[in-house]
Design a binder for this molecule. Structure first.
Ligand code: PBG
Length: 308
């Protein structure tokens, strides 16, 4: 009876797995604060992507960890940069079985760890960063990414990338706009996952957790600039923002269950304080119930297994 009257369902195809690939690794390396998640080699990434496709999930979101970083994140738009190499490998391997997506942001590639380039004063330079994002977009589209995840929170990033893609003939490459992205403590374990060089925080470009209306406003701006999908991030602490955006969005709205959200579940479960599977299932159904059409989750493949 409960199944028959359930208002919300989770399907494997609505789940997207974030994955990390690190340059210069001989073996995949575990990430201590993210049990079960690894920094992959290009080869292990390719194999894990095949497993994800076999599990029936909808897509993967790739993050690169380069060996060499500099002030402008040169490895980000280098066709031989780790993320672009890995994207080519995965796209070639899985074809249309998964939507291959890439994080389009500079923080993994800069030696200061910020999502953009810095000006003389050391502040993030919004418009200079857009030029870097344009170059990254071309490199990622050419590597075979179908959906570019613009997570840097620079103003005008969606319009800039759309214009550049179209001018280069990449009219079919779509844009996932991290429309409402909050400056969150829940990104903690991700910093380990990408060996982040960041000191300080991202409060000059990511949103204040206190602001709900602003989330809807940011989503409207990205939509007007040409976003194909809107993202709300993190997920669980922002279900109100997610519901607001989903209520008025004409395009799909996704939410990202981020590293710290997963870590809290893992840590509590490891202590025997909560039932791990039930907590994961409840978290994802809640995110769907609030309005997410699809969910990025480190548990994506595991959940797909339970759904079988
Ligand atoms: C930026 C980016 C971040 C995450 C995804 N993309 C880090 C940040 O904004 O500080 C965090 C994801 C997670 O915590 O799982 N490239």
């Amino acid at each position: 009876m409960r199944r028959l009257v359930a208002e919300t369902h989770v399907h494997a195809r609505q789940l997207i797995l974030p994955m990390f690939v690190r340059e210069g690794l001989a073996e995949p390396r575990p990430i201590a604060s993210m049990p079960g998640v690894q920094q992959h080699t290009v080869d292990s990434l390719r194999r894990a992507a095949v497993e994800a496709a076999e599990a029936g999930i909808g897509g993967v979101m790739l993050f690169g960890v380069p060996q060499v970083r500099d002030a402008v994140g040169s490895a980000a738009d280098d066709p031989e940069g780790i993320l672009n190499v890995a994207t080519r490998a995965v796209a070639e391997e899985v074809g249309d079985a998964l939507v291959v997506q890439t994080d389009l942001c500079l923080d993994e590639f800069t030696d200061h760890g910020h999502c953009g380039v810095l000006d003389q004063r050391g502040a993030v330079d919004n418009d200079a960063t857009l030029e870097r994002y344009r170059a990254m977009a071309i490199a990622q589209a050419e590597a075979g990414s179908a959906l570019l995840g613009l997570s840097g929170m620079m103003d005008g990033q969606v319009a800039a990338v759309r214009e550049t893609l179209d001018a280069a003939g990449h009219t079919d490459t779509a844009i996932l706009a991290y429309a409402a992205k909050y400056a969150s403590a829940f990104y903690g374990p991700f910093r380990e996952a990408v060996d982040s060089q960041l000191t300080g925080d991202r409060r000059s470009y990511q949103q204040d957790p206190a602001n709900r209306r602003e989330g809807r406003y940011e989503a409207r701006l990205d939509l007007a600039e040409g976003a194909d999908v809107l993202m709300v991030k993190p997920a669980m602490s922002y279900l109100d923002v997610l519901a607001d955006v989903a209520a008025e969005s004409p395009v799909p709205v996704w939410a990202y269950q981020v590293s710290g959200e997963a870590a809290m579940i893992e840590a509590a479960a490891a202590n025997g304080w909560i039932d791990r599977q039930r907590a994961i299932e409840e978290s994802v159904i809640s995110i769907r119930r609030a309005g997410a059409d699809a969910v990025l989750s480190y548990f994506a493949v595991e959940i797909a297994g339970w759904l079988r």
